[in-house]
Design a protein around this ligand. Structure first.
Ligand code: GLP
Length: 261
């Protein structure tokens, strides 16, 4: 994993957006894996800015979102469909037929999940997967104990996740307890992964994901098995990384590194 420690969330958003823009410039019809939550908001704002100010083009892009709450319609303000529409899709030029988000209202979860996995493959696989991290170390809604080989499926949310996400709902009782989520195995098949985290409440999860043992108890730690992962963190989220200085040393010396070919 390449760990990039940023001064603040703004720099984190700018650097991760530059990475996505570079992918799109090299491959205009790239397949992007999208994440929700407060963490990627800055990245989305920066991509929207690049679209408007620099003509960053999304007209050939396809997207697959990581997850969705079961029971929420796309119009529900806390659904991830609504979140993506409000915060990203309505501001850029991705053709609506190229947007895939797990259904929160399907009557046949298993068939839907199998179809979702198939669509990802038919579209050529995900080029770059954007990820946040839960305070319990989860990626998407792969809660502690999820198989590191798991595929898109129905998942029961952990109580800690329901607590974390209750702030977005009128009451804790309104938070759905099930979700459809890409599996860890699905995520690991993306060609590149970008993990974002800011704030001190993510410091422990980031340290466990980056430096801890690979374990299904911290599903983000499975990213250690992936050959191309960039981790963008602000100083607070980097707070518990024991190799912090080494990561900064690597970034400092990167421009002078010999070319590999
Ligand atoms: C939810 C989402 C995750 C996200 C996490 C953290 O659990 N399913 O994809 O990473 O929240 O959210 P936030 O960025 O708001 O801290």
């Amino acid at each position: 994993m390449e760990v990039v420690i940023c001064a603040n969330p703004k720099e984190m958003a700018q650097r991760s957006a530059r990475l996505i823009a570079d992918v799109l410039n090299a491959k205009p019809n790239a397949v992007l894996g999208m994440a929700t939550g407060s963490t990627p908001l800055g990245l989305y704002q920066e991509l929207v800015r690049m679209h408007r100010a620099e003509g960053l083009d999304f007209s050939q892009v396809t997207t697959f979102n990581l997850d969705e709450y079961v029971g929420l319609s796309p119009q529900h303000e806390q659904s991830y469909h609504f979140f993506m529409q409000q915060n990203f899709f309505q501001h850029v030029n991705i053709p609506p037929q190229n947007v895939y988000i797990p259904s929160g209202t399907t009557s046949n979860c298993r068939a839907f999940c199998d179809w979702y996995e198939r669509r990802i493959k038919e579209c050529g696989g995900i080029d770059v997967q954007i990820l946040g991290i839960g305070s319990d170390g989860h990626i998407a809604f792969n809660e502690p104990g999820s198989s590191l080989m798991s595929r898109t499926r129905l998942k029961t949310l952990a109580k800690s996740t329901i607590d974390d996400n209750a702030r977005f709902f009128a009451s804790r009782g309104d938070v759905p307890i099930y979700a459809i989520t890409m599996g860890v195995g699905t995520i690991l098949e993306a060609r590149q992964c970008v993990l974002l985290a800011n704030g001190g409440n993510k410091a422990r999860a980031i340290a466990q994901a980056v430096e801890g043992p690979v374990t299904s108890m911290i599903t983000a730690s499975a990213l250690q098995l992936h050959p191309s992962v960039q981790v963008f963190v602000d100083a607070a989220a980097a707070g518990e990384l024991s190799m912090r200085e080494y990561y900064q040393w690597i970034q400092k010396n990167k421009p002078g590194a010999p070319r590999m070919g």
